[in-house]
Design a protein around this ligand. Structure first.
Ligand code: TYM
Length: 338
């Protein structure tokens, strides 16, 4: 079992990242500890330059995200934690895979369509080839499992397609790359914005009120939950009664995901009550769950030296693990390297 996943160090870690991905990273770290195997988690700083960015902010956010991941429970003694920029094999393998990835495949990627919007011609080439780098990220380490939120599923399907075609075209009967399996939590695959139940909670939403961030204090969290968009109806007693009410679905699902309870069980308790009663209960639960993480995050963030050391050590280990696969890929393509 080789678990690999990444997060872009743009902005603060938010509740969607935590419930959609990072909580599963921590669970899988524990599972790997029991059953053998390895976890590699990285900051996708190379991906972050695909959108306009401020260099000083990117390096500060990279270190901030290390602190956030450790605060969430990623243990650098048990998992390999690093940033892509210190492992050149990610960019090298991307180039090698560019020969296999098809333009038609990339044209179908919905994230590129969303992020480039109406300005396709003005989007960076990096934004377009972004999913090939993501394929390199996991194939380099022969990942077997990739814990992500629902929005990354299409990118992982592409990684599997690239691996399959590369193995077929250049493997000579040998499997050069392992086909990775996405691990998506059913109860929190897609956490939605607090301002719009039809849009995903995202670091790029201009409104801070749309998301709960790990850097929010308890008062801010409660205020954001209380201000969350809702409808005037009370909560139903059955999940069917949530149909056509995206904001209500989102808040009830959040309560379920945070408490480990099903939607039905949450409605058994709150059915018939209005949001005036439900929102403070959700806010309390949120503060109870994220409070200790937020506190650790604030402490860790202050120790720049420790954060640099975690990344340097993780990167050295990642470089070692990735080397044989990268060499194999060069050789398979007939590229002569001394
Ligand atoms: P990123 O940085 O946007 O998000 C990190 C992780 O959080 C999940 N996520 C969500 N899950 C549920 N609800 C949400 N609202 C929500 N928002 C984000 C994402 O699915 C992701 O798992 N391209 C990736 C980073 C990446 C990567 C990789 C991931 C680069 N290389 C290789 C896995 C494997 C990204 O931008 O995630």
């Amino acid at each position: 079992m080789r678990v690999v996943s990444g997060i872009q160090p743009t902005g603060n870690l938010h509740l969607g990242n935590y419930l959609g991905a990072i909580r599963n990273w921590v669970r899988m770290q524990d599972e790997v500890g029991r059953e053998g195997g390895q976890c590699l988690f990285f900051l996708a700083d190379l991906h972050a330059i695909s959108m306009p960015h401020d260099p000083a902010e990117l390096s500060a956010n990279t270190l901030g995200m290390v602190a956030a991941l450790v605060a969430c429970g990623i243990d650098p003694e048990r998992s390999i934690l690093f940033n892509q920029a210190q492992v050149p094999a990610h960019a090298e393998l991307q180039w090698l895979l560019n020969g296999t990835a098809r333009i038609g495949w990339l044209n179908r990627m919905t994230q590129f369509k969303d992020k480039s919007g109406k300005n396709r011609e003005g989007a960076s080439v990096a934004l377009y080839t972004y999913p090939v780098l993501q394929a390199a990220d996991v194939l380099l380490y022969q990942a077997t499992h990739v814990p992500v939120g629902e929005d990354q599923k299409q990118h992982l399907e592409l990684a599997r397609d690239i691996a399959q075609k590369f193995n077929h075209d250049f493997g000579g009967g040998e499997e050069i790359f392992t086909l990775p399996e996405p691990i998506i939590p059913p109860e929190s695959a897609r956490i939605m914005s607090l301002r719009d139940g039809t849009a995903k909670m995202s670091k790029s939403d201009p409104s801070e009120m749309s998301r709960i961030s790990l850097s929010d204090d308890a008062d801010t969290m409660m205020r954001k939950v209380k201000k969350a968009k809702t409808d005037p109806e009370p909560l139903p007693s059955e999940p069917g009664g949530l149909e056509g009410r995206p904001e209500a679905v989102n808040l009830v699902s959040l309560y379920g995901a945070l408490s480990g309870r099903s939607v039905q069980s949450v409605l058994d308790e709150f059915g018939g009550q209005g949001f005036g009663a439900f929102k403070p209960a959700l806010g309390e639960l949120l503060i109870e769950t994220l409070g200790p993480i937020t506190q650790r995050f604030t402490e860790l963030k202050a120790d720049r030296e420790a954060l640099d050391a975690i990344l340097a050590r993780g990167a050295a280990e990642a470089r070692e693990i990735g080397r044989p696969t990268l060499n194999k890929a060069y050789r398979a393509l007939g590229l002569v390297r001394g």
